[in-house]
Design a protein around this ligand. Sequence first.
Ligand SMILES: [Zn+2]
Length: 301
Amino acid sequence: MPELPEVETVRRGLEQAMVGRSLKKVILRRENLRFPFPEGFCSRVEGLQIDSIRRRAKYLLIDLSDGKVILSHLGMSGRYTLFDAQKVKQYAMTQGGDETSRFGLATGFDGRHDHVEFRFDDGSIAVYTDPRRFGIMDLIEGGEESIHPLLESLGPEPFGNWNAKQLAQRLEKKTTSIKVALLDQRIVVGVGNIYACEALYRSGIHPQRESRTLVRKDGKPTKKLDVLVENVVQVLEQAVEVGGSSLNDFADVNGTLGYFGHHFQAYDREDQPCLKADCGGTIERITQSGRSTFLCPRCQR
Ligand SMILES: [Zn+2]
């Protein structure tokens, strides 16, 4: 599943390819992804220019010139592939008019899972492919972003002004484990399973530790919580730098895979030695809220 760094990588790729171009034609090859496409989606966006592309949590927000916003979430397996005008011509002779994708060679699965095609005025095309169809695509009217049901209750972004004081306020009375709290989008957005494990490992905090024990009696963050916030930001930044991880069948917009996976210190390292000097512990895997957690029981407390 693409996590925040992968989504940020996709955002940057789409930004380069789409901003300043107009949507000449949009093709939907089915009626729904996770939810039905909004009524009249294509005709409501055709002719509009892409002004900017933002990210909120793991949602991509594509700003259109009339104030509307296309909301896109990659779900479990969604991805975009970009074809410039020259590449589009190369595929022109292969199968398919508007009914069938002709980009199967590049997008995989013979193009069977190419559900959306954004055709631009300069001849370039962005194809949205999603084999498992957990992705979301919606259209938000101008000014209605903050009341959109998927966006309204999201917590703060880890990049930006987020700090340990804010986190302490949200954890003060929480008896849930710190790992589960980090995955709660109302507490902080976009910290997925992998990066929660990594940040807790680097901070020496046991994933099952009660959240409120990381907050002092006066409501201020403990030193450990300070360290945790630093590490959450750091693991996410490092992942963005290398273009996101390459787990599952995720590919970034250019079809290239990231390689943050090579740098995991705890995640997916069950039964392997702890990498911290002088620890001597062994990485264990436990399950929390149905998700795997990797930890070193010796140095995480
Ligand atoms: Zn250890």
